[in-house]
Ligand binder design. Sequence first.
Ligand code: AKG
Length: 240
Amino acid sequence: MRLETHGAAIVRGFLNDQDFSRIAEMAGNAFAFLDGGGGDTSLRETWISVGTIWLTNFEHCVAPELARDLVTLLSCEANRTLGLSYLVVNMCSIRRLTDWQKGLQWHTDYHGGGTHPYDPLFNIWLPLTAVGREQPSVELVRGSHRRMRELPLSETGVYTDEWVAEHFPPTDRIAPELAPGDALIFDHLTLHRTQPLDRETVWRMSIECRVTRHPAYLVLSHPSSWPPGKSPPQPRSPRP
Ligand SMILES: O=C(O)CCC(=O)C(=O)O
């Protein structure tokens, strides 16, 4: 599977064992802090309603220097894998899924997640738990990133299973089995959802890293990459 052609790619061993263990421990500690009643109202509200901690709030759950290390590590790995790119920290989150009701329905990050100002953007999805059999992976529709630029938008940002079946062949759906440390990278126009599994309980941690290659952001992280004498375009604000 190739990112450009299929809108998705799997990178085995994206994180080495040491980095993976550090990140999984940090995420576990952050959720334990929230379980123990920690965090202010807005931090707790996001966690209770959707099960996530925004990466920008991570420093309120673990030591701030650890939160900064995590951002640096994710940025470096994104650059190593995708080439020159910029981690959109305010669009990254850490998720603990313990309730099927909080699984996500078919959507694209572009239309449903507010990432359109950062086009082109990729989601580096990092499971901190083995997924695809016992715990849900992300299910996606290969090649949907091209057609989703043209197909009619859903008002809610969410698409029904019937709509997806009407527009894409079932053989294009894939829910990769991933080991801790692997990454699933997909275009923000690729249709995806939480893999439905026929079981009652769910327990999974994952990180959604959103990385842009929009020139206005590339120049923010690598000022020397902009040609001399040319001023870079201004970053656009995300949709409110
Ligand atoms: O974690 C999941 O099940 C879904 C993740 C997702 O939809 C996303 O990262 O945009």
